[in-house]
Design a protein around this ligand. Structure first.
Ligand SMILES: [Zn+2]
Length: 214
């Protein structure tokens, strides 16, 4: 049962959330996303690089389609070609993984069977297990991948799962820090411009005096 071990290393609680059917889909999506985010924030390795590549590929496609929709005028052939090549890139990245159907018995009223498509691993190790968990999350929650983001604060850049579409920082501390840096930049610029204008006025006055031969 190699395929199930992928999940078991993450902990049975996540699998239970998926399988008991009692939990709200959004809650499961967010709690499992946090595992993906934690893996992205851990020590980088080839697996996390591949997962980041997949996430960024999804972001590019979402942004392009979003821009086409926002323009309202339909997409140009150039835009269509861009979206197509981005989709080819995403599928090329996914082509590295192999899924197969895995059937469970089910006690639910609707069916005696339940099917899940786990990624098959030939080799197995912890890092690979986490990578597969992340990839599985991505394909099962494609419309939520844009919520996995990096903190906008340049000194932080931590990955986080956004609770809302407009959340740009991993937390309040970073949001406030960036806002105050923005303020201090504005203040710095205000002082600089005041000094610059004063010097400019002095230069003009001197030029004027020279022109009058004084
Ligand atoms: Zn941050």
């Amino acid at each position: 049962m190699r395929t199930l071990r992928t999940h078991s290393i993450i902990g049975s609680s996540v699998r239970d959330l998926f399988e008991d059917g009692k939990h709200d889909r959004k809650v499961v999506e967010a709690s499992t996303a946090r595992i993906v985010v934690a893996s992205l924030n851990s020590k980088p390795n080839e697996g996390t690089e591949r997962v980041i590549g997949l996430i960024e590929s999804c972001h590019r496609i979402s942004q392009m389609i979003e821009a086409i929709k926002a323009s309202g005028g339909g997409s140009s052939s150039g835009q269509n070609a861009q979206v197509s090549s981005a989709v080819v890139d995403l599928n090329r990245r996914l082509g590295k993984y192999k899924w197969h159907p895995h059937v469970f018995g089910s006690m639910s009223a609707e069916s005696h069977f339940r099917i899940h498509y786990p990624i098959v691993s030939v080799a197995f190790d912890q890092e690979l297990g986490i990578e597969h968990f992340a990839v599985q999350w991505i394909v099962e929650n494609l419309d939520a991948v844009h919520r996995i983001r990096r903190c906008r604060l340049q000194k932080c850049r931590k990955w986080f799962y956004a609770k809302t579409d407009h959340q740009k920082y991993c937390g309040e501390t970073c949001r406030k820090k960036d806002a105050s840096q923005g303020e201090s930049f504005k203040e710095h610029r205000r002082v600089y411009m005041k000094k610059y204008r004063k010097e400019e006025a002095a230069r003009d006055a001197r030029a004027m005096r020279l022109a009058k031969g004084k």
